[in-house]
Design a protein. Structure first.
Length: 689
C-alpha cells in the first residue's frame, strides 16, 4: 500500500482540542498506513492564498443613541443596558453586521441563517463608553480642552506616535463614522490627511498636538495603490471598530488605516510591509487565520526596527490564530468586563482564542520564571487581554454602505481588545520619548521578563484573571498567573504606563530568514544574519543529519542530501538570556542542473470540485496515487478557516463542519520520494441555499 505523508498546512478549526499536531502524527504513525509530515518552509504561494477573518462579535441589537459627552466629562455613573429584541435572540454575534440585522428585520433573512452556531449570549447587553473604559482600566483622564496642552499632557494621549490599522477590503464611511464617534463622546477631532501613492517614505513625524487620520490602499509587496478595495460589510465593521477604539485609547496619536485588497495572508502581509515602510509605530491586526508549518517564515515582516505588532488571538474559543501566534507579535485575548465604578471585575470571555502552537518554538520570554507559565511546550498565546465580550461591549458608530445614518452598536471580540492595546503602547512610547527612551518595539521582554517575573511589579501592572474559560480542555481555564485564555491578564494602565515609560528594555537577537540553495555533491556553507546587543550562542533545530553551526554563525553541511529542509536557527544573548530565531529554507537539488531526478510517471491527483450549502457540513475526498513510489508528501493550502483534512491510505478526506458562503481554491501539491511533483486546483463553492 502506498504510504501517504500529508502536509496539512491549511488546517484550521473552530473547536477546542487539546491534541497537538505532533500528537496526532504519532497516533497515525502507529497504524503503519499514514504518516503526518510536518515540513516547515517558506510562506510561498500556498500559504499566501489562505484567508484570514476579522475577529469581532456584534451583539444582536441596535442601540439607542448614547448621550452626548463633553471633553473631559466624567464617566457616566450607569452603564447602558439594553434588551435584545425577541427576533434577534439566538443569533450568533460572530461577524454580525448592521446589514444582516436589517435583513432579519425586513424578513429577508432568517435569524438562523446569519451564523452556523446559535449564540449562548444573554438577552441583556451592557455597553461601555470611552470614558467608562478609561475609568475602568485606569487610563489618564481626558482634559476639558485639547488645545494648549503641555508636552506631558499630550504624551499621555499618544501625541507624536503612529498607529497603523491593517485590515482587508474597504470602508467608504470610516471618516464619517469616526467623526460621529468623536462628536458623541467628546474626543478630539482628527484632521484627514491624504498620503499620495508616490509619497516619500518613511512618513514625517506625527503631530505632537493633534490627531491626524489617513487611509491608504496597500499592495501585496508593501506598496500603495490608488484603487480602493471592494466593500465588505464585515470588514467595514471591523475597520470602524479598530479606528474608533484605537483613537479612544490614544486620542492624539496619528492613525493610518491600511486597507488590503483582500484577506489573503499575502495581501494582509503587504499591508504590514507598507506600515514598516511608513514606520516607526504600532501595527494593529484584528484578524486571524489558521497557522501552518510555514507561517513562521513570515516573521521577518514582524521584526522591523521601531515597530510593535499587536494581533487578536481569535474569537472561536480554544486554539491559536496567525499572526498572533508569531513570537514577534503581542497576542491579545479577551475578557468579560463588569464595571460600575470602583474596582473592575473580569472573567475570561468564553469565545476568546488562546492555546499552544503546533509549530512555533517556545520564545525565550516564556520561561518557568513567569508565574503560571510552567515549562511551555511551544509558543503559548495569549500574552495579554482586554474587554472583548459583545455583551459587555463598547459603542461603535456604523454607517452602512450607501447610507448616511449612524447606527450605534455594541461590539466586542479580541478585535476590540487589540486596537486598545495598540493605543496603550502608543501612549507608552510617547511617555518614553518624554523620558528620552527609545520606543518599546517588541514589548514581550518588558512585559514578561521585566514585569511579570517581579512579584510586586506583576501585581501592580496587571490584574490577573483567574476565572472563566474558552473551552472544556484542561488548559482552557483562566488560572493564577499566565494562562492561554488571558495571558498575563488585563492592564492596570496607570501602573503599566508608569513602569514601562522608564524601563530600559532588554532586547532579543534578531535573525533574518533566508532561502539557501545548494546541490548534491557540493559542500554547503552559509552565515546566519543576526543582530544582537551582546555575544550570542547559536543552535540548530530540525536540521538534517550532518548539518552543524559554528560559534560564529556559519552553518556547514559537508554532504548535502537532495530535498527541501526547514531549519530553525536560534541565537541566545549571553547577557540577558533572550533568544531570537528564524527559519532558513535549505533547498538541495539532486543534479548539477538543479533538476530533480525523476523516476516513473509521478503522482496523480484525483479530485472533483466541491460544492455545498452554507452552514451544512461539507465532505469530500482528494485521491493521491503513484505507482512508482511508496511515500508521497501532500501540501493542501488556500483553505478557508474551519476546513480540516485527514489522510488515510492513498486519499485525503476534506471536512468543513460549518461552510461559509463564497468561492475558494484549494491548491494541492503531491511530491513523491523521487522529488517528482504534481499540482491540482480543487474549486470549492458554497452557496447560501
Amino acid at each position: 500500500m502506498t504510504c501517504l505523508a500529508a502536509l496539512l498546512s491549511a488546517c484550521g478549526g473552530d473547536t477546542a482540542t487539546e491534541t497537538s499536531t505532533e500528537a496526532q502524527a504519532s497516533a497515525l504513525l502507529s497504524t503503519g498506513t499514514v504518516v503526518l509530515e510536518l515540513d516547515p518552509g517558506n510562506l510561498g504561494e500556498l500559504d499566501a492564498q489562505q484567508l484570514a477573518e476579522p475577529t469581532f462579535h456584534m451583539a444582536p441589537v441596535l442601540l439607542d443613541a448614547p448621550a452626548d459627552a463633553a471633553p473631559g466629562q466624567a464617566a457616566p455613573a450607569t452603564v447602558h443596558t439594553q434588551t435584545v429584541p425577541t427576533l434577534f435572540r439566538g443569533m450568533n454575534p460572530k461577524h454580525l453586521t448592521v446589514e444582516k440585522l436589517g435583513l432579519v428585520q425586513a424578513g429577508r433573512l432568517a435569524p438562523d441563517e446569519t451564523s452556523a452556531t446559535p449564540s449562548a449570549s444573554s438577552t441583556t447587553v451592557a455597553t461601555y463608553t470611552p470614558a467608562q473604559i478609561r475609568a475602568a482600566y485606569g487610563l489618564p483622564a481626558l482634559p476639558s480642552s485639547f488645545t494648549n496642552l503641555t508636552a506631558a499632557q499630550a504624551a499621555a494621549l499618544g501625541a507624536g506616535q503612529t498607529i497603523y490599522i491593517v485590515d482587508a477590503q474597504h470602508d467608504p464611511n470610516v471618516a464619517a463614522e469616526l467623526a460621529a464617534f468623536n462628536s458623541k463622546f467628546g474626543l478630539p477631532t482628527c484632521t484627514t490627511k491624504t498620503i499620495a501613492t508616490n509619497a516619500s517614505l518613511p512618513l514625517s513625524t506625527a503631530s505632537g498636538t493633534a490627531c491626524e487620520f489617513s487611509v491608504v490602499y496597500s499592495t501585496s509587496t508593501g506598496g500603495m495603490t490608488s484603487t480602493a478595495p471592494s466593500y465588505d460589510s464585515g470588514w467595514a465593521t471591523e475597520i470602524a471598530l479598530d479606528v474608533q477604539w484605537a483613537h479612544a485609547t490614544a486620542p492624539l496619536a496619528r492613525i493610518v488605516l491600511i486597507e488590503a485588497n483582500s484577506s489573503t495572508y499575502a495581501n494582509l502581509l503587504g499591508g504590514v510591509k507598507l506600515a514598516n515602510n511608513m514606520g516607526p509605530g504600532i501595527v494593529s491586526m484584528s484578524f486571524g487565520g489558521a497557522e501552518s508549518s510555514t507561517t513562521s517564515s513570515a516573521d521577518a515582516t514582524f521584526a522591523a526596527a521601531g515597530m510593535t505588532y499587536v494581533a487578536a488571538t481569535g474569537d472561536s474559543g480554544y486554539g491559536v490564530s496567525w499572526p498572533s501566534v508569531s513570537s514577534k507579535v503581542l497576542a491579545v485575548g479577551g475578557t468579560t468586563l463588569t464595571y460600575t465604578g470602583g474596582t473592575r471585575s473580569e472573567v475570561a470571555w468564553s469565545s476568546t482564542g488562546g492555546g499552544v502552537s503546533a509549530y512555533v518554538a517556545t520564545p525565550s520570554y516564556q520561561t518557568s520564571a513567569v508565574p503560571g507559565m510552567g515549562s511551555a511546550a511551544r509558543r503559548t498565546v495569549a500574552d495579554v487581554a482586554f474587554n472583548a465580550d459583545p455583551n459587555s461591549g463598547q459603542y461603535v458608530a456604523v454607517i452602512a454602505s450607501g447610507s448616511s445614518t449612524v447606527k450605534w452598536t455594541s461590539i466586542g471580540g479580541t478585535s476590540l481588545a487589540t486596537p486598545q492595546w495598540a493605543g496603550l503602547i502608543a501612549v507608552a512610547n510617547a511617555l518614553r520619548a518624554q523620558n528620552s527612551k527609545a520606543a518599546l518595539g517588541a514589548p514581550h521582554a518588558a512585559l514578561y521578563t521585566q514585569i511579570a517575573t517581579v512579584p510586586g511589579s506583576y501585581a501592580s501592572v496587571f490584574t490577573d484573571i483567574t476565572a472563566g474559560s474558552n473551552g472544556t480542555c484542561s488548559a482552557c481555564g483562566a488560572k493564577t498567573g499566565h494562562d492561554v485564555v488571558t495571558g498575563l491578564g488585563t492592564p492596570n494602565v496607570s501602573a503599566l504606563l508608569s513602569t514601562v515609560s522608564g524601563l530600559t528594555v532588554q532586547t532579543a537577537p534578531v535573525l533574518t530568514a533566508a532561502t539557501i540553495n545548494g546541490k548534491v555533491g557540493t559542500a554547503l556553507s552559509f552565515t546566519v544574519a543576526a543582530t544582537a546587543a551582546n555575544a550570542v550562542t547559536y543552535a540548530l533545530f530540525g536540521a538534517p543529519a550532518g548539518m552543524s553551526i559554528a560559534s560564529d554563525g556559519v552553518v556547514s553541511w559537508a554532504s548535502p542530501v537532495a530535498g527541501t529542509y526547514g531549519v530553525t536557527v536560534t541565537a541566545k544573548d549571553s547577557v540577558n538570556g533572550l533568544t531570537g530565531q528564524a527559519v532558513y529554507t535549505v533547498v538541495i537539488s539532486s543534479s548539477s542542473t538543479g533538476t530533480p531526478v525523476t523516476t516513473g510517471s509521478g503522482p496523480v491527483i484525483t479530485a472533483s470540485a466541491l460544492t455545498g450549502v452554507a452552514n451544512r457540513k461539507l465532505t469530500g475526498t482528494i485521491g493521491i496515487t503513484d505507482s512508482g513510489s511508496k511515500a508521497i508528501s501532500v501540501s493542501i493550502t488556500g483553505a478557508p478557516l474551519g476546513m480540516t483534512f485527514s489522510a488515510s491510505g492513498s486519499a485525503v478526506s476534506v471536512v468543513w463542519a460549518a461552510p461559509k458562503t463564497g468561492s475558494y481554491q484549494l491548491k494541492v501539491v503531491a511530491t513523491n520520494g523521487n522529488g517528482v511533483s504534481a499540482t491540482a486546483t480543487v474549486p470549492v463553492t458554497i452557496t447560501a441555499r
